[in-house]
Design a protein around this ligand. Sequence first.
Ligand SMILES: NCc1[nH]cc(CCC(=O)O)c1CC(=O)O
Length: 306
Amino acid sequence: MWRIGTRGSALALAQAHEVRDRLMAATGLAQDRFEIVVMSTSGDRIQDRPLAEVGGKGLFTKEIEDALEERTIDLAVHSSKDMPTILPDGLILSAFLPREDVRDAFISRKAKTLAELPPGSVVGTASLRRQAMVKRLRPDLAVVNYRGNVQTRLRKLDEGVVDATLLAYAGLKRLGLDHEIASLIPAEDFLPAVGQGAICIETKADEREVNELVGLIHHPETAAALICERAFLRELDGSCRTPIAGLATVDGERLQFRGLILRPDGQQAHAISAEGEPERAAAIGREAGEALRIRGGADFFASLGV
Ligand SMILES: NCc1[nH]cc(CCC(=O)O)c1CC(=O)O
């Protein structure tokens, strides 16, 4: 019996089921050889404050990682985007599934695109990256903090609490909610978060059997992209308070990376691009992070309180 640990949100469950289904297909094992173990994390329990305010890394992973260490689960399924860049000793991201479309989706009952929203419209999003990007592209809009699960957010749109919101296409697709999308925002205009659209599997580094198992559904190109993006984020010491975006794509023997840091008000931004062989993924990401750190200068990050 393989025990798959996951959070209990609809998105987390959909992702855990996808991993189980892929493992069944790759191994020929029956469904009853897998157990999906639903766990609650501090991030799930804290509903009354913006997450950026609560701070602390690993809000959505701590309890699940404890279970891996205690061997009450064998593998954990996560959204790569929610994973801290530094894992507890002895734990590794041992597999990445083929990445979904990385773009952010624009959702509104009032306009087809962000550009078409009437001046003064209210955009709700909890993501500092999306807040900063919206302010950068449309300084005339009002941006408000907006938490809650996807269903709650869609209801607030219907009730007119906000005029538009932005969510990862990948999550909406996995929830079967793609029909809610007004348009997809080109990644060139609106660089996604590091890890967006990629499901990853975390295990204990020394558990050979489970690491062989998840190796069967591992996607090396996604892994190279994620290694690059995570090295970038780690170099910038990305906390939840820092608007940072980064995207690596791998095409055969070429890895291309683009990164962006912004001030929360969107008034200032620094972008970088780099490329090289996928084998150098970590170095490419780290060097890009270093370069942006220098270009931003100490002030840039100091003003963010990180
Ligand atoms: N921060 C929450 C979160 N973590 C992963 C996804 C979407 C799925 C993904 O990026 O793989 C979402 C929701 C969102 O940003 O819309």
